[in-house]
Design a protein around this ligand. Structure first.
Ligand code: FES
Length: 105
């Protein structure tokens, strides 16, 4: 495993989704109730990006803007069709103002 830096903490706003290109593909970053969450920025149904997605804060879910599938932001599990395959949720490490994710090297 190795760490890659994806953002500075100051770039990430509560309940907003920030998309970033990495060597590991597009990733989405948000902050819910103060917790930074990083997830695959590609719906497993038909590949829509999540940068325009809505967040359901009470359910801790992201809602795909294309066909409305929902994914749990804790586990990645698909919670509502038409998606059935989970999205990837990354382990987040914060050091000072820098946000890293753990990836397989
Ligand atoms: S592309 Fe996300 S639900 Fe269809």
């Amino acid at each position: 495993m190795s760490l890659i830096k994806i953002a500075n903490l100051s770039e990430i706003q509560e309940q907003k989704i920030l998309s970033k290109f990495t060597n590991y593909g597009m990733i989405a970053i948000t902050k819910l109730n103060g917790n930074v969450i990083v997830f695959q920025d590609e719906c497993t149904h038909d590949g829509a990006p999540f940068d325009d997605a809505q967040l359901d804060v009470s359910q801790n879910q992201v809602i795909c803007p294309r066909h409305g599938a929902r994914f749990c932001l804790q586990t990645g599990e698909a919670k509502k069709p038409p998606a059935y395959v989970p999205i990837q949720i990354y382990k987040v490490i914060i050091k000072n103002d820098e946000v890293f994710i753990e990836v397989e090297s």
